[in-house]
Design a protein. Structure first.
Length: 77
């Protein structure tokens, strides 16, 4: 089953992320960017890249739960 739900980021966390992007560009690239550009970058990451990270987390969780279930089944007598 596939859901096309968008990733929701609370406003206070989005502000922190925008600030982190601005700091990265300032310190790492030596370029000052504004809130608009940083927000556009964040929106791009959320829309295009974050689903892959999320899906990897789901796969890792599934594998972990599968391994734990096998451990539980191994204690049968």
């Amino acid at each position: 089953m596939k859901n096309d739900h968008k990733i929701f980021i609370p406003n206070d966390r989005r502000k922190d992320m925008v600030a982190a992007i601005k700091i990265y560009f300032s310190q790492g690239e030596g370029e000052e960017i504004g809130d608009l550009r940083a927000t556009l970058i964040l929106d791009f990451v959320i829309e295009k890249l974050a689903p892959d990270f999320y899906n990897q987390g789901v796969r890792d969780s599934y594998q972990y739960m599968k391994d734990m279930l096998e451990d539980v089944l191994s204690i049968q007598k």
